[in-house]
Design a protein around this ligand. Structure first.
Ligand code: PLP
Length: 440
């Protein structure tokens, strides 16, 4: 009705006048309004419905407004909404216990942060202080967050133990579809990417390298599942040189890949695990680092020079406890694995057969990418203008997509149903037919 439609208008007006948005030229920011949600669907104030195949920023793994999580936040809010991180708090211990229970043996401690970027900041800090080394190696095709200057700007003593030279070195990870190594099989890609990393480590000086930081499955960069032997090979290189391995599970963790941790599917054991997003589906901002025993022991008698006002915030902790319990009791991770193998994967293969513009689909669980090209042979990425048209057409037909460069990431909540997958696929199918006319 006109009253609720008025709220959409009001929301857009206020947003346009006063809200400054992430990663955007402000004049070109989207006007899509979301007022409420449930499971894999969201609505604006006037009741227009969208299928959320983005899980927002690939974080709403349990779906929108899971009643048990909402209830747990409500109950915690009535008991205690905030408390300093230095105090002992039961919700924090319960959350940490549940996260550690999903980690490999030899992990007993969790450091809580506000999100994924500060999880990586703190994991890097731990690796540097534990090894006494400085350099961090990570891949060009990665996203690890956007913080970095605050502690160096700090004037008091807390700056000093953090004044590393901050050397960051990048290398290429495996990505067979656009191989940097002229590889034609996953095995070749794995072997050559490992040789490249070995050469980078040797050339940088192994004893200067604190850590290799990797997304177990690179997410925003394109959902590239690591080829056979790659992660085990990275682990071996790290072991040979006393380098810590930090696996960033911020996007791929907590059900996204169809496993609790994505690395559970590979022969690899990290030294530090960073998480955020799916751990509580972002109902309250939270992230953290799961710390292996030797690194934790470094700080038994030595001050850890890192902290946050909201580390282990009670509302975030209560939401983690309820999220992990619901994911367990409702077999949500298993559902993500099955819906990927039985519905999403086959449906995307089918779409690929019907649309020349799809160069490749890849993924598992509820973590898939469609790579769009102008020509299957040259693999020339579909240009930005065409991607923009696809994105608007998808939203216009009631699907919230995750679009990155020339890719559509198919990343619904873990609780998505087979019917919702079928509905989404019909929308992708129609839009790929109509929005790309005259393309390629
Ligand atoms: N690491 C990965 C793999 C991510 O995908 C992201 C966010 O997309 C981050 C870290 C940063 O997390 P946040 O935005 O919570 O700081």
């Amino acid at each position: 009705d006109s009253l609720t439609e008025g709220l959409d208008e009001l929301a857009r007006e206020l947003d346009n006048e006063h809200v400054f948005h992430s990663w955007s030229a402000q004049s070109q920011h989207s006007t899509l309004t979301v007022a409420s949600g449930r499971g894999s669907r969201v609505w604006d104030h006037s009741g227009r419905e969208y299928l959320d195949f983005s899980s927002q920023l690939v974080n709403v793994n349990i779906g929108h407004q899971h009643p048990a999580v909402v209830q747990a936040i409500r109950e915690q809010a009535e008991l205690l909404t905030t408390i300093a991180p230095s105090t002992v708090n039961l919700a924090r211990g319960e959350a940490a216990k549940r996260i550690v229970a999903r980690a490999p043996s030899g992990f007993h401690k969790v450091f809580f942060t506000n999100g994924g970027a500060d999880a990586n900041e703190n994991a890097i800090r731990m690796a540097r202080l534990h090894t006494g080394r400085d350099k961090i190696l990570s891949t060009y095709r990665s996203y690890h967050g956007n913080t970095g200057a605050a502690v160096v700007a700090t004037g008091d003593w807390r700056r000093v133990p953090n004044e590393f030279a901050r050397a960051h070195v990048h290398f290429f990870g495996p990505y067979l579809y656009r191989s940097e190594f002229w590889a034609s099989t996953p095995e070749e890609e794995s072997e050559r990417a490992l040789r490249h990393l070995r050469r980078v480590i040797e050339s940088e000086g192994p004893s200067s390298i604190a850590a290799v930081l990797l997304e177990t499955i690179p997410g925003t960069a394109g959902i590239m599942l690591p080829p056979p032997g790659y992660l085990a090979g990275v682990r071996e290189l790290c072991d040979r040189h006393g380098i810590m391995l930090i696996l960033d599970e911020v996007m791929c963790g907590f059900g996204r890949s169809g496993r609790w941790f994505a690395f559970d599917g590979y022969d690899v054991r990290p030294d530090l695990i960073t998480f955020a997003k799916g751990v509580n589906s972002g109902y309250v901002p939270a992230g953290g680092v799961v710390i292996s025993d030797p690194i934790a022991a470094t700080f038994d008698d030595r001050v850890f020079p890192g902290g946050l006002t909201y580390s282990g915030h009670p509302l975030a902790m209560a939401s983690i406890v309820a999220t992990l319990d619901a994911m367990e009791s409702e077999s949500i991770v298993e559902h993500a694995r099955e819906i990927g193998a039985e519905s999403i994967g086959p449906a995307l293969e089918d779409l690929t057969e019907r649309h020349e513009a799809i160069g490749e689909v890849r993924g598992e669980g509820v973590f898939w990418a469609m790579e769009l090209v102008t020509d299957r042979k040259t693999r020339e990425p579909l240009p930005a203008a065409a991607m923009g048209r696809l994105k608007s057409a998808l939203v216009g037909r009631g699907l919230l997509p995750f679009v990155m460069e020339n890719r559509i990431h198919v990343v619904p909540p873990c609780v998505v149903t087979a019917e919702e997958v079928a509905d989404a696929m019909a929308i992708y199918d129609e839009v790929l037919s109509t929005a790309l006319e005259g393309e390629g």
